[in-house]
Each structure stands twice: as structure tokens, then as C-alpha cells.
Design a protein around this ligand. Structure first.
Ligand code: KE4
Length: 437
């Protein structure tokens, strides 16, 4: 076969010989959209450059962490300074306390937290903590929400409401998922029936308030009010997975938005990741002191990690959170993101294409559907073939969106008004092509 002149193809071929699928996380392989993934050589501000030297406006932002844009000078300086003092000690550092104090101050429902290295680790640990703190085993999650790849959370809905979950992955024993109940997102009746039947055995309910793993689906206020009420009524812990929304949709996370609508709304535990590490491996879980103090070395729930609270990662996270607290940071970011989705919707309307979009802070989603979907079944009515053509049409024009229709998009503080305009212009051209095919 003729050797490819495309560095991405050559590198993908080379990678697939030694890394399963050529990637270290499945979504990067472009399997859903087809084609060759772009191997990124460098990034700066709102842009990525691949190994061919092609530039892209980046709406993935490492799947959320890069809210400031790539290589923000203050963050680079903080990381370089930390590196010069050492990479990892396996001993406590002041910086971990400073980062924990920042998060506690910005998210008042978190009285204490534990730093870990990935959102999966944070979610897995929060589930174990909920079970240990309540002495119960059952967990409630929702179809379309993703909380990392811990065994107990790789679950699809059972055959009916009362039946518990079945594994979505090979290698997960059915015994591990039989205590996980998967319900429909935003379905109050199902939620109430499930708690009526199983409430006394539920350790925790875990949910994304804005489900970025269904692209962008908001939990209704009524639904979240009932989640909070039923957890309180039955002694279960409300666990908010804000790995994606934390410090992305608002300075206080999505929970701060719902607390404005629901009197007294607060989770018992929160899971964080992505933005708090600023692009370095760092995540966290935290919540009420009485629950968190069940963790080793104080309490009976074991949890640990060699690189937890890593000094370089915490320096990156601290420098990132410092920038987020600049005056009008989220107002400016939210306006820019809203300008993007409004522009895309207007361009789609010009071509009479079914299109709906939404955004909060620096996170957005859009659907090739006339109405915003409210749950997983509705999201899955999207036209995957048309989405794939949209994805590649934009990529060819230097616009890099998520290579999967169920993934959210992210705007950074580095995206300029010109970047947004260029993106809308590219989308207008692709929508015209879609209409004609
Ligand atoms: P990580 O283990 O990937 O750091 O975090 C898992 C996780 C937990 N909770 C939520 C709400 C998440 O969105 C994630 C990870 N998100 C995916 C994108 N949907 C990361 C991208 C990937 O898997 O490569």
C-alpha cells in the first residue's frame, strides 16, 4: 500500500500497532464519525495544530479542562515553577490544602474533600463512601449519564423499572451491577416509584445536573427537587457529578444555579474533575464533613492514590481557579458561548434544518433535532449520519467539535469573537451542503 503523505494516517497506523485502537481513550479514535483522528502536535489559546501543521479552532478543550484556552501564561508559569521544586513527593503539601480551601470556599456544600487523579476515581470513591456511610448497597443512576468507568457505574437499564442494571461492558460481573438501578432522566414518576420500592436500601443517587454525556440535557428543576426530597426522606445521599459542569457552567458549578431555583438545594457529595486540574490529572470528591470523615485514615471507608494531590497538578489547578475568579470571567464566557449557539441556530434556520441548541457558561450542546431532547431516548433520535457529515464538514474547514453526537462542546476564554464568527460561517457552508444531500 502506498505510504500515506498524511502524518495523521501514518501516526494512527503506527499507534494501532502498540495501543488498542491507537488511542488511550476510545472517543478519540473517531470510531463514531469515521475517518482518521488528528494527532495533535501543539495547542495555544483557542487553537490546536495537528501533525500536518493544520490549525483548528478547538471546541473540545481536552473534554472540558481547558477553560482558559491552551497554555495560559499564568498557568504555564505556575506549572514550571512547581516542576522546578519537584514532581511528586508522596507526602502532604501546603498547595493541596490551598486548592481544597479554594474549592470549599467556592462550593459551600463541600465542607471537606479528597483530591484524586481522575473523574472515574472520584466517582468510584464517592459511591464507595456513600455505601460505607449509609451501610446500604443500592445506587440510583440515570440513563445517558456517565460517571467514569468504575464497574458499578458501567450499567444499562434493566428490563423494567424494578429490575436492576445489567453491565454495559464485558468484564463487569452481573453481581457488581445488580445493586445499580438505572432510571430515565427527568422522569419524576419513575423516580418516585423506585424510591417507594427500594428507598430504604438506596445508599446514593448520582446524577449530572446538565448531562454533558448526552451532549447537553438539563435536569428539570421539578426533577431535581424530587431527587433531593426523596434522598432526604429515605436517608440516601444525593451525589452530584460535576466533573464536567464544575467551574465550567458557573463559578459555583451547576449546583449553584439549581440552588437559586430550589430552596435549600445542596448535595451530600459532589464529584469534580477536568477544570479543577486545568489540564493536568486532578479530580476530587467532597461534601458534608460527617460523610467525608468516614474516609481512611479517620474512618472505615478505604481510598488512596500514589499521585493524589500531585504538586504539579495542584499548581496547575490553583492557577486555573485563580483566573476563573477574575471579574466578569463567566459573564464574558457565557456571552461568547451563547453567541456561538445562537449563530449556529440562525445558520441552520436559513437552511430549514432541524436544529436545537443550548448553553450554560462555557459549555454548549446542539442537536439535529427540532426540539431540545429531555432524556436519552430522545437524544438517540438524532440523525447520526447527518451529524457525521457535519463533523467532517467542519473539520475540513478547521473547526474541531466533539467526534460524537452525544458529547458536549466547550468554549474557552481564549475564543475570540472572530473565532465564533468564523465557526458560524463554516457551519453555514456545511448546513447548505447538508440540505442538498
Ligand atoms: P475521567 O475518568 O475521564 O477523568 O472522568 C470521568 C467522567 C466522570 N463524570 C463525567 C460527568 C464525565 O463527563 C467524565 C468524563 N467525560 C468524558 C467525556 N464525556 C471524558 C472523555 C473521554 O472519556 O476520553
Amino acid at each position: 500500500m502506498k505510504p500515506s503523505t498524511d502524518r495523521n494516517e501514518t501516526l494512527f497506523e503506527q499507534a494501532r500497532r502498540v495501543i488498542p485502537g491507537g488511542v488511550n481513550s476510545p472517543v478519540r479514535a473517531f470510531k463514531a464519525v469515521g475517518g482518521t483522528p488528528r494527532f495533535i502536535r501543539r495547542a495555544h489559546g483557542a487553537y490546536l495544530w495537528d501533525e500536518n501543521g493544520d490549525r483548528f479552532i478547538d471546541y473540545i478543550g481536552s473534554w472540558g479542562p481547558m477553560i482558559l484556552g491552551h497554555n495560559h501564561p499564568a498557568v504555564v508559569e505556575a506549572v514550571l515553577e512547581a516542576v522546578r521544586e519537584g514532581f511528586s513527593f508522596g507526602a502532604p503539601t501546603e498547595r493541596e490544602t490551598l486548592l481544597a480551601e479554594q474549592i470549599v470556599r467556592l462550593m459551600p456544600a463541600i465542607e471537606m474533600l479528597r483530591l484524586v487523579s481522575s473523574g472515574t476515581e472520584a466517582g468510584m470513591s464517592a459511591i464507595r463512601l456513600a455505601r460505607g456511610a449509609t451501610g446500604r448497597n443500592k445506587i440510583v443512576k440515570f440513563e445517558g449519564c456517565y460517571h467514569g468507568h468504575a464497574d458499578a457505574l458501567l450499567v444499562k437499564a434493566g428490563s423494567g423499572l424494578a429490575t436492576f442494571g445489567h453491565p454495559t461492558s464485558a468484564g463487569v460481573p452481573p453481581e457488581v451491577t445488580r445493586d445499580t438501578l438505572v432510571l430515565a432522566y427527568n422522569d419524576v414518576a419513575q423516580l418516585e416509584a423506585a424510591f417507594a420500592e427500594h428507598g430504604s436500601q438506596v445508599a446514593g443517587l448520582i446524577i449530572e445536573l446538565i448531562a454533558g454525556n448526552m451532549n447537553f440535557v438539563r435536569a428539570t428543576t421539578a426533577f431535581m427537587r424530587r431527587c433531593r426530597e426523596l434522598c432526604s426522606q429515605h436517608g440516601a445521599l444525593l451525589i452530584l457529578d460535576e466533573v464536567m459542569t464544575g467551574f465550567r457552567v458557573a463559578l459555583g458549578g451547576a449546583q449553584s444555579l439549581y440552588a437559586r431555583e430550589i430552596a435549600g438545594f445542596a448535595p451530600d457529595l459532589t464529584v469534580l474533575g477536568k477544570v479543577i486540574g486545568g489540564g493536568m490529572p486532578l479530580a476530587a470528591f467532597g461534601g458534608r464533613r460527617a460523610v467525608m470523615e468516614q474516609l481512611a485514615p479517620l474512618g472505615p471507608v478505604y481510598q488512596a492514590g500514589t499521585l493524589s494531590g500531585n504538586p504539579v497538578a495542584t499548581a496547575c489547578g490553583l492557577a486555573t481557579l485563580r483566573q476563573l475568579q477574575q471579574p466578569r470571567f463567566f459573564e464574558t464566557l457565557a456571552n461568547r458561548t451563547r453567541a456561538l449557539v445562537d449563530g449556529l441556530a440562525a445558520a441552520a434556520r436559513e437552511q430549514s434544518l432541524p436544529f436545537s441548541a443550548d448553553s450554560e457558561g462555557g459549555m454548549f450542546g446542539f442537536f439535529l433535532l427540532p426540539e431540545l431532547p429531555r432524556n436519552y431516548a430522545a437524544v438517540m433520535k438524532s440523525d447520526a449520519t447527518r451529524f457525521n457529515r457535519l463533523f467532517h464538514g467542519l473539520l475540513e474547514r478547521g473547526i474541531y467539535i466533539a467526534p460524537a453526537l452525544y458529547e458536549a462542546g466547550f468554549v474557552s476564554a481564549a475564543h475570540s469573537a472572530q473565532d465564533i464568527e468564523a465557526t458560524i460561517a463554516a457551519a453555514r457552508a456545511v448546513f447548505a451542503e447538508l440540505r442538498n444531500k
